[in-house]
Write a protein of this length. Structure first.
Length: 152
């Protein structure tokens, strides 16, 4: 009895353009046999932003019908719950995600997400606080000193 299951990886070619300045390119599809190894490349038209020596690049896995799940951040750091078979590497504008010992549950769409600092602006721009968030922050900062104040 011969079993040679082949997994088909379907990746979208992610074109994330911020004001037309950065394009991210990934392979259209990659396949692997169970137990094999697969490498997915992510290339950006501008160098990824580096903060304190850490490249601001993340990898996400999205299984069919599920929300995207963070696998790796800072290009190579494993998120909580990420199996050791997922590793990341790269620098500047060229990054790779490697899956060693591919398993059936690895069948998914994989996305890379990058941050850039262009013309003194972050791309994509960081989210702004909503008025509600700002109000909660103000209340929180006012509550803390009150908690430490001596009883009257």
């Amino acid at each position: 009895q011969h079993h040679a299951p082949v997994l088909l990886y379907v990746f979208v070619s992610v074109s994330s353009e911020s004001r037309g300045q950065v394009t991210v390119t990934q392979p259209g599809a990659v396949s692997s046999a169970l137990g094999g190894s697969v490498t997915i490349r992510c290339k950006t038209t501008q160098n990824v932003y580096v903060w304190s020596g850490y490249h601001q690049l993340a990898w996400y896995q999205q299984r069919d019908g599920e929300s995207p799940k963070l696998l790796l951040y800072f290009a190579s750091s494993q998120a909580s719950g990420t199996p050791d078979r997922f590793t990341g590497s790269g620098s500047n504008s060229d990054f790779t995600l490697t899956i060693s010992g591919v398993q059936a549950e690895d069948t998914a769409v994989y996305y890379c997400q990058s941050a850039h600092y262009i013309n003194s602006q972050f791309m994509p721009e960081p989210p702004q606080l909503t008025p509600l968030d700002a109000e909660e922050q103000r209340l929180y900062s006012e509550l803390l000193p009150g908690d430490r104040a001596p009883p009257r």
